[in-house]
Design a protein around this ligand. Structure first.
Ligand SMILES: Nc1ncnc2c1ncn2[C@@H]1O[C@H](COP(=O)(O)OP(=O)(O)OP(=O)(O)O)[C@@H](O)[C@H]1O
Length: 659
């Protein structure tokens, strides 16, 4: 039984009574690092969705909330009754699936006309989404769908043309009108935080390696960082009493003005590791209060791959800059462009942005780059891969952007494939420092990982069984496609398990609502695509279930890192389908062994039978199998997280719109 069968099955039965009436109208519109200091942190002292929108019922998800199944709406309007249940040939995800073999992360699928431009990723996504939204694959404007950004597929300056033609919407589809609700302004909300877990102190035992010349020594306490009083107050109010390893090493490096590539396990405080020293510099330099101006010139630009993540980073920036004259602003896709502009013109020292919106705003000449002193790429490997890499290159070559010699560039992630590290060289000064906390790309050891062999036809049953045994504990369920996310969320609702979902085909409003419902516990289950795999820091996520394993091991590491954060423990259960997941057997064995988890014998067997020469995956304790790639230039070999050389690593399939 394939997905389609599932859909048929789920659609047939009686809809539960709590499913609201379908609101048709709502949808009808539609290095030569010579020094390699290895130490421990402390040693330095150291449905197709059920195409009926019944997903809007998702446990408390709110009546009338659409699930973003615009494809359905389209089919409905076309009067194709079978369109309710059948795949359209034009379905964008089908196209993506068909293109899997060719697709790189961010698009560049062969044969996709709309991806001819430098902004091919966006054009491509746009057109795919457009087709899902019912605007047909051949729609030249590549309209994404209701209330979402309008994307042009024109070849030249496409980021600009998006800005120009996009939101003004002169010719291309409806405007994006969504204005996100402002975050709470009261101090308690700003400083709300969750407790560090029982394993927080164990961070100190993690090995840390710094490579590159003249690295400043690590600091052991916040006091040693010599931050100003306001920052120290904010740190205390945020509940931080002790530095995490990545903070111990990164803060002095950034304070010393060095470029940095830092790799540390998920949930170990990378955000504060770059925000605090940047703010400290700004305060020290006596930054002037940002005032209303048509053209703002921020001192710091932070980019991240998803809207929800950049918003989270913004909230952290707002927290740490509380009571200072530094003003942080966030802008991201899926929201009204005019709203982004209004936020910016009021003053902007730190601009937190997703790449597409950032380029739009630069194109509109609301942001000047001349004053940029700090450029931060969070989830840097994602920001530099085939998806966002071209946009990041455009960013650094934008008129006015200080050269890498003139700015400080900082990159953070839990994973850093070798190939991406090489690309990063273009952005960083040649004497950048590389900090590896634990194993590059290693999974967080506070997550108990379980791999179950489950064939695709048994997955749903197993999922329900697990979720019922879990009870109300917060759980993220990852699936591989947007369609599947809708479908599984619907299915779980039918099973009376309060569920919501997040993926790139949902409107931004819905994405934020879903996240809010999950955060507050209203819907303890969040079904998600990889759009939620990286960076999201949600309190009390006790379980991650990989209903579908991702296509790469790095993505696996990020996904399971949504639990077990900041010294808390968590559990990750992954369904391994031998029909489709064998390529992950070896890297999984490696990740499990390195994180000192039990490796099932059957998985080792599969890994052995699919042995790839050159892989040294199952060795335990092979710490630093992959670190600073500059070492490779000195004749050493290296493996990426997966234990493959990067060129061997499977190309991830990007099912998502990220920004
Ligand atoms: N020194 C600290 N003391 C207490 N809590 C901290 C400290 N540093 C960070 N935290 C908290 O730990 C949590 C995880 O931090 P953060 O989101 O920065 O992790 P991350 O390393 O960026 O994770 P990911 O790789 O998933 O993006 C956050 O809630 C943050 O506020």
């Amino acid at each position: 039984m394939g997905d389609e069968d599932w859909e048929a099955e789920i659609i047939k039965p009686h809809m539960p009574s709590y499913v609201p009436v379908f609101e048709k109208d709502r949808y009808s519109s539609g290095a030569n690092g010579d020094t390699f200091n290895r130490t421990t942190a402390s040693s330095s002292d150291a449905g197709e969705s059920n195409k009926r929108e019944n997903t809007s019922t998702m446990g408390g998800f709110g009546v009338g909330k659409s699930f973003g199944n615009r494809g359905f709406s389209n089919k409905f309007e076309e009067g194709d009754s079978s369109g309710f249940w059948r795949e359209s040939n034009n379905d964008c995800e089908d196209n993506q699936t068909r293109n899997r073999g060719f697709s790189k992360r961010g698009g560049f699928q062969d044969g996709n006309d709309s991806e001819a431009s430098g902004s091919s990723r966006r054009g491509g996504r746009g057109s795919f989404r457009g087709c899902r939204g019912g605007f047909g694959l051949g729609n030249p404007s590549g309209y994404k769908g209701l209330n979402e950004e309008v994307i042009t597929s024109s070849g030249k300056n496409s980021w600009k043309s998006e800005a120009e033609g996009g939101e003004s919407g002169d010719t291309q589809g409806p405007k994006v009108t969504y204005i996100p609700p402002p975050p709470p302004e009261d101090e308690d909300s700003i400083f709300a935080h969750y407790q560090t877990g029982i394993n927080f102190d164990k961070y100190d035992t993690i090995l840390v390696e710094v490579s590159g010349h003249d690295a400043p020594p690590a600091i052991l306490t916040f006091e040693e960082a010599n931050l100003c009083q306001t920052l120290n107050n904010n740190i205390a109010k945020a509940g931080y009493t002790k530095l995490t390893p990545v903070q111990k090493y990164s803060i002095p490096i950034i304070l010393a003005g060095r470029d940095l590539m830092a790799c540390a396990q998920t949930g170990s405080g990378k955000t504060a590791a770059f925000l605090l020293p940047i703010l400290a510099h700004m305060m020290h330099d006596g930054i002037t209060a940002s005032r209303f101006k048509e053209l703002q010139e921020p001192e710091c630009i932070i980019v991240a791959p998803t809207r929800e993540l950049i918003n989270q980073i913004y909230l952290e920036a707002r927290k740490f800059s509380f009571g200072t004259c530094v003003r942080a602003v966030v802008i991201y896709g899926g929201t009204q462009l005019g709203y982004s502009i209004r936020q910016i013109v009021q003053g902007c020292n730190i601009l937190c942005a997703t790449p597409g919106r950032l380029m739009d705003i630069i194109g509109k000449e609301k942001i000047g780059l001349r004053q940029v002193k700090y450029l931060v790429l969070d989830e840097a490997d994602r920001m530099l891969d085939m998806g966002f890499g071209p946009e990041m290159k455009k960013l650094i070559s934008c008129p006015g952007m200080p050269s890498k010699e003139q700015r400080q560039t900082l990159m953070f992630s839990a994973t850093f494939p070798e190939e991406i590290q090489r690309l990063a060289g273009e952005f960083l000064k040649s004497n950048y420092l590389f900090v590896a906390v634990g194993q590059v790309g290693g999974a967080c050891r506070d997550v108990q990982q379980t791999i179950l062999q489950v064939g695709q036809y048994s997955k749903r049953e197993k999922l329900v069984e697990i979720l019922r045994s879990i009870g109300d504990e917060r759980t993220m369920v990852f699936v591989e496609t947007k369609k599947k996310a809708d479908f599984i969320a619907t299915f779980l609702c039918q099973e009376k398990i309060s569920t919501t979902s997040i993926h790139g085909d949902r409107e931004q409003r819905e994405r934020e609502q879903a996240l809010g419902d999950f955060r507050c516990g209203k819907c303890p289950v969040l079904v998600a695509t990889s759009v939620a795999a990286r960076g999201l820091d949600i309190e009390n996520v006790q379980h991650v279930i990989n209903f579908d394993l991702p296509s790469t091991i790095d993505e696996y590491v990020h996904r399971i890192g949504r639990t077990g954060r900041c010294g808390n423990t968590g559990r990750a259960i992954s369904f391994f389908d031998p029909e489709s997941d064998n390529h992950l057997a070896q890297p999984l064995v490696k990740v499990l062994s390195d994180a000192q988890q039990d490796v099932p014998a059957w998985l080792e067997e599969i890994a052995f039978s699919t042995y790839v020469p050159g892989f040294s995956g199952s060795s335990r304790g092979n710490v630093f199998a992959s670190v600073d790639t500059r070492k490779n230039y000195q004749g050493k070999s290296t493996l990426n997280t997966a234990g493959f050389s990067s060129s061997q690593a499977p190309n991830p399939v990007d099912d998502e719109s990220w920004d």
